[in-house]
Ligand binder design. Structure first.
Ligand code: NDP
Length: 337
């Protein structure tokens, strides 16, 4: 049983030395348990938070423990009457080949599901995040201008496409020419601005002639600095993630702009709201799943995976995720179907 353990807590960006690759015996299920074999492992930005012991909404991974993560697994052996050998399930199985479960936290997938790994993206946690964050907090209306950061990623690509289906004008923000071209030509966004360009803030302002009604925040930092002056009265800002800050060791230099932000929220009656997807919206998974599955079946949504081969490559792929090296939803193929 190959495992990737947390070896030490990163200071700044994670490095390979923060992880430890080991091998142990395959665990044996007890009565009521199932033995799971991981086929796909999802790599997600929140894992950076779990490597740190700073206060957060979830417990950190302990040093020497396997890294946590959502997985699509096969049931290898079942001593639980609700599951049969060969079933596909979504499990919080972590960065390892094999794990045990009592079945209570497992989501069974249909054996007919064409792409089981989609349960880690468009039909899973990032999909639910995009759907609920945009529709419940962002409250987009036809004709609104919606801006989304990390626009070609797992969450952002779906936020922008759902906003288009709602009749909005959609401006993406992404890193590099290829990602921006993809957002416009393949995802159908009205424009996409490269945040690496020196005149990024001016380009964003020029694309948002009518201001911004909904800003879906995935990034923070200088991207939010450029968005802030463009927000319209009564704008909505779902605060989903702040990935540009996850490796930061201290607050950025420069003048304190907190009171400027507070004044803006007051004068323009802007609503900013954070959310933690499963805590706030886990109970609405069914509603999301049927809408998303229908759009997908109708060919109204495009979904791109960035698939990495082999558990050993999870470490460089995860380090790259925090630097924008992924293009699409990052998943690791850990073993054969
Ligand atoms: P993505 O697939 O979008 O991958 C992360 C992307 O973030 C990178 O590809 C890169 O895109 C961008 N990025 C990384 N570093 C920086 C930086 N320094 N400045 C600007 N952009 C950067 O990831 P997800 O879709 O899985 O997650 C997107 C966001 O949503 C994250 O902040 C995540 O934490 C958050 N999230 C929150 C949830 C919640 O419950 N609140 C649930 C799920 C996700 P590019 O190259 O285009 O810059």
């Amino acid at each position: 049983n190959r495992q990737i353990l947390l070896a030490s807590r990163p200071v700044g960006a994670p490095t390979p030395s923060n992880f430890n690759f080991t091998e142990t015996v395959i665990p044996k299920p007890q009565q009521g348990e199932v033995l799971l074999r991981t086929v796909y492992l999802s790599l997600d930005p929140y894992m950076r938070g779990r490597m740190s012991d700073a206060e957060s909404y979830a417990e950190p991974v302990a040093i020497g423990e396997a890294m946590v993560g959502g997985c699509v697994c096969r049931v290898e052996q079942s001593l639980n009457s609700d599951f049969e050998q060969g079933d596909w399930v979504v499990a919080f199985a972590g960065w390892q080949d094999y794990s045990l479960s009592d079945g209570s936290q497992l989501i069974k997938l249909s054996p007919e599901m064409a792409n089981p790994s989609y349960a880690l993206g468009i039909l899973g946690m990032p999909g639910l995040t995009a759907y609920m964050g945009l529709l419940d907090i962002g409250q987009p209306k036809a004709g609104d201008t919606v801006v989304v950061a990390a626009a070609t990623g797992a969450v952002g690509s779906l936020v922008g496409q759902i906003a288009k289906l709602t009749g909005c004008k959609v401006i993406g923000i992404a890193g590099g020419t290829d990602k921006c071209l993809y957002a416009c030509e393949t995802l159908g966004f009205d424009a996409c601005i490269d945040h690496y360009q020196d005149d990024f803030a001016q380009q964003l302002a020029a694309s948002c002639e009518q201001g911004i009604d909904v800003y879906f925040e995935n990034v923070g930092g200088k991207v939010f600095d450029a968005v802030m002056p463009l927000l319209n009265p009564a704008a909505r800002v779902p605060v989903c993630g702040l990935i540009s800050q996850y490796n930061a060791t201290h607050l950025p230099e420069g003048p304190d702009r907190l009171s400027a932000l507070m004044a803006l929220l007051l004068i323009k009656r802007i609503k900013m709201q954070g959310f933690i997807v499963f805590d706030d919206y886990g109970h609405r998974y069914g509603e999301f799943f049927s809408a998303m599955q229908q759009w997908l079946a109708q060919g109204r949504l495009i979904y791109k995976e960035d698939k990495v081969e082999g558990l050993a490559n999870a470490v460089p792929a995860f380090i790259g995720l925090l630097q924008g090296e992924n293009f699409g939803k990052l998943v690791v193929r850990v073993g054969p179907d």
